[in-house]
Design a protein. Structure first.
Length: 246
């Protein structure tokens, strides 16, 4: 049975960072005043059909959106799609809000904070560990999932922290519609091998690649992420793995 709420005792352990360097004035204001408008509340029932305007029929989910460049970019390109973004890192969430509103500076902040002109209200933010949202997402409710450059946790003793694991894949398979795509990108050789193995043993997904180019080159609809740019500048070549939900 799906439950609408959870208790502290149910919380899975999160090993990443929740806060980084100081969040400057404008971004703190965005977190305080604008995030509540887009936030998926943790302790309220989730009504999927009320999250977005009635004409939005498809939902894409981005897990660990980091600074939000990909999420903001995809949502801008696809006003007809509703996007759920999950991120724990406060500085990243603040950056996404800055991209959506155009507010970067602390001076002359407007009385009313709004989305940039021309931007549709098609992003909702879960500002915590996505695993806390899983039980509230109905079966086959999402059309596409992006998991871009998940923390690699390359040391063997940290392998249990890797997001791609059979428990999470079961949840992703459950919420993804048949024929929907789960896209995983990574620049880390350990995580690449790990992901290929984990996905291979998961009966719910089929790798769509038919040749090297399909996974070594950016997909046509790709938008570069901050982490990817860092990887490229340090000489690491990412791979892009698309899996179809069977
Ligand atoms: C290596 S960063 C990549 C960020 C972004 N996707 C990019 O490519 O620039 C991984 C991000 O995933 C977030 N993350 C890790 N586990 C998560 C979880 N269970 N739920 C939500 N976000 C998560 C982290 O906070 C971090 O910002």
């Amino acid at each position: 049975m799906l439950s609408d709420t959870f208790t502290i005792a149910d919380q899975p352990k999160f090993f990443g960072r929740r806060k980084g360097r100081t969040i400057h004035k404008a971004k703190s204001v965005l977190l305080e005043k604008f995030l509540p408008r887009l936030r998926i509340e943790k302790d309220k029932p989730l009504q999927m059909n009320k999250l977005f305007a009635a004409d939005i029929k498809k939902i894409y989910l981005e897990i660990g959106f980091g600074s939000g460049d990909h999420l903001a970019g995809q949502a801008g390109r696809h006003p007809e799609i509703g996007f759920i973004g999950a991120e724990v890192f406060q500085n990243g969430i603040a950056n996404l809000l800055s991209l959506l509103t155009g507010i970067k500076e602390g001076k002359n902040l407007p009385e009313q904070i709004t989305l940039l002109p021309g931007r549709r209200d098609n992003i909702r933010i879960f500002d915590d560990d996505i695993r806390l949202l899983f039980s509230r997402l109905p079966d086959a409710s999402v059309d596409r999932i992006f998991l871009l450059f998940p923390d690699p946790w390359p040391k063997k003793r940290h392998a249990s922290r890797r997001f791609v694991n059979q428990d999470n894949l079961r949840e992703l398979a459950r919420i993804l519609k048949k024929g929907g795509i789960l896209r995983i990108a990574t620049d880390h050789p350990v995580y690449k091998t790990w992901t290929l193995r984990q996905m291979h043993t998961c009966p719910d997904f089929r790798w769509t690649a038919t040749c090297g180019r399909d996974w070594k080159q950016e997909p046509a609809d790709w938008i570069k992420t901050k982490y990817q740019q860092k990887a490229l500048s340090e000489g690491r070549r990412p791979v892009f793995l698309d899996y179809e939900r069977l």
